[in-house]
Write a protein of this length. Sequence first.
Length: 366
Amino acid sequence: MRLVFLNLAVIFAGCHGLTYAETVLYSRLDSLDGWAVRSVGDATAAVVSGREGAPCAELRSAGGTVFLTRELPASALAGRKVTVDCQMKPADVVRGPQASSTAKLHLAVETPAGIQHFSARLTGTANWQPQGLTADVPRDARRAVLNLGLEACAGRVSFSELIVRNDQRGVHPLNLAPAANANHEQIGLGAFPNGAFEWKGIPFRILDGAANDGGDCFRLRGAGHDDWPDATAAPIPVGRSATTIYILHAALGGRDKGESPCAIWTARLSDGHSNNLSIFEGREIGAVGSTKDLENWQVTWRGSDAAGTPVTFGVTKWMIYEDTPIVSLSCRAYAGAPPVVLAVTVVEGPRPKTRGVFDEEEGGGE
């Protein structure tokens, strides 16, 4: 695709407040992995120290052109309102011979009728600032390419914390492999869900213990199992914002009520902040085998072992409403029964209008 730029976009700074907001791409731009570097003339791209010492992408040009280029999935953009948001820092950027000869974010969308271009432009010198663009992508879009950089101009520009969203609901089972530390047989569970299944429109993906070295779940320290891990061994990658996080889990030998949490979940955000959820027995988690729904734990999977003893797991709903991307999740034991976690699913969508934790229809929306 030729790097031709036309000013066909309405340009905004910061978050655009879409009714729905599924993450199509999130990149901290602390690495050039996944990006192609396209340059003409005296221009370079590299990873350097940026905001508060964190790595970022920096592009420099002495009158040439240099872009970081990445293809986006056209199927996720076609017929949607799409936003591109990024932290940018221009330095001594001097406009070149054309109006488009600047530092910029640029989205090129190919359709049968031709290519449409959407861009946000910067010149001069400024501190880190949010920049962005919005695009109404045609329904017949068949290719989309994102470009970040400098076109036929002099100066340098840094990029960090890029996020591309569309206006639909996103539902994403996470990969728990980095945190998995047991197979269900090891912890005495004679029945266990396999593969993928849905609960009220929310999909869950169970690890295959035979294919994953860590096992098919993770368990943490608790009463009777003081030798089990205190916390997840590695963060669980997320890389998107979230309205709600669904946790499929249960406690081994859980109590009817706990005065202190048996576990604490932490969501680490891209802006350096975090969000926590405390898991209390009798409220956010029930015992393996319990068939009673709790305030924020609903029985989701039922089975029985060879002796006919019931084995159950339930879902806890973490209503988090984070527009800032979540980098990762982690979990640590606190006090009480040991938790066993099977799956986690992240949902990006509108805030629920009903009052109860599980009142609204879980699978609604596109």
